[in-house]
Design a protein around this ligand. Sequence first.
Ligand SMILES: O=C(CO)COP(=O)(O)O
Length: 260
Amino acid sequence: MTRKPLIAGNWKMNMNHLESIALVQKIAFALPEKYYAKVDVTVIPPFTDLRSVQQIVDSDKLKLRYGAQDMSEHDSGAYTGDISGPMLAKLGCTFVVVGHSERRTYHYEDDAVVARKAKAALKHGITPIICIGEGLDIREAGDHVDYNINQLRGSLDGLTQKELAKIVIAYEPVWAIGTGKVASAADAQEVCAAIRSELSRIASPETAAKTRVLYGGSVTSKNIASIVAESDVDGALVGGASLKSDEFAQLCAVAAGGPF
Ligand SMILES: O=C(CO)COP(=O)(O)O
């Protein structure tokens, strides 16, 4: 089965709403519409930018999609500072990242809460991009495959078969995030393939065959070609390189098999 690659630009805590308007317009200009037949592209701005991004995407009928970097497991209520699935759905978000290693580290999110957030996203028609990934100590000990599979199981706990068929997984080794130390294409393939076989067990072979498994960690327009050439890597979750319009557009064009 061929899976359409997905490139997700995670802006993290960068870009105010005015900057977000400029960046989306520049990406739209730099990546001609024809590329969207071969690659899905989404930006993942901070919450404060989503309304501005929505307005640009809607008014210019862009094929670019957008999503949020996190969401609450709850629909509403006394959860100061949190943002709910219904709020994101109302803003037209297609995706939400859950379980990013920065949330796991700085906000102490564990697999159980990640799984509940993923379930909440699906309840509101938003596709969760569920992140897993090992630290350097685990990689050096050679335990990375087992570690990621355990994290995957925990982060999917309680999802029904129907829900499992609607998710995106992102493998982001923590040691490769923001460090310039990209995993080799073979390293990315090893874990992404293991994720797919586990999905085949906990969901079904059909679901595993159609689920997009992304790689993230120091992805640029220079290394994306070798990463997406791997049979089980279906795109990338991109941090730093998603903040520059030309670089991000180039990266998406290469993921589409271009430039053409
Ligand atoms: O964490 C990441 C995307 O979610 C990766 O960040 P970098 O691409 O900056 O390494």
